[in-house]
Ligand binder design. Sequence first.
Ligand code: OGA
Ligand code: MN
Length: 286
Amino acid sequence: MLETRPLTPRLGVEVLGVDPRAAIDGETAAAIRAALDEHSVLLFRDAAMDDETQIEFSRVFGDTEVTLKANPAGGTPFARQSNLDIESGEIIPPEDRRMRYQKGNYMWHSDSSFKAVPSYCSMLTARITPPEGGNTEIASTRLGYDTLDAATRARIAPLEVEHDIVYSRGLTGNVLTTEMKAQTQAVRHRLVRINPANGRHSMLIGAHAARIVDMAEDEGRALLDELLAATTRPEHCLSHTWRDGDTVVWDNRACVHRATAYDTVKYRRLMQRTTISGSPATIQSL
Ligand code: OGA
Ligand code: MN
């Protein structure tokens, strides 16, 4: 049995007594995955990770994705969320394209939902944290789904949703380069997903959700906004205040998350994310 402590009454636990830098045996790995199915967010504290230990710990959950070229760590298993230049370590000026691109993270989203195979979970490790600001907020689409009335549940049950990173980046006025656009195209997923481990329903929504298939643009937009609003009610959210050496894993199938602001001129922040692949083709998975 894994020893855990709740982070909020309904979402997330801190895992105690497991060092994510150590070798994890099969039984513990299964217990960790079961805890993620159950709680959607896991926190491991006071265990400073480096790239090598993070890759190793990511294997507990599965294979890692390769990051899009738009990220400074593109082409590797890491997504770097930082205001520090990857080469020099100097603070990047706020008007730099790399800082503007990160503004996309301020919108609620599910990592890699714009990929044909949306991800299972993400692992974010805190290498350098600012003394204030820069929390990560996570909201449960499962708790959001649970608050929907029967008519809405019936309405959304058969729907498919198109996810598109060209759409979401457009929302922040952040036009992708032609090369970046060529790396992705819009994909369709089932809007409602069921976790086979526990039968819980969740929704694949967030910033990359561009339109509902076979629905008028406005109507689809209104529905997506309504579902996101149900999900991001305060009682369905947690706000994680980072400490150096934290590792947080969230279930991208059951959550949306977003970055929050910090003083990027005054403080340094370096977080490294690995993204673990999901199971294929949500269109066929229900
Ligand atoms: C991410 C992300 C939020 C943050 O790494 O996927 O959205 O607070 N990060 O850095
Ligand atoms: Mn993210």
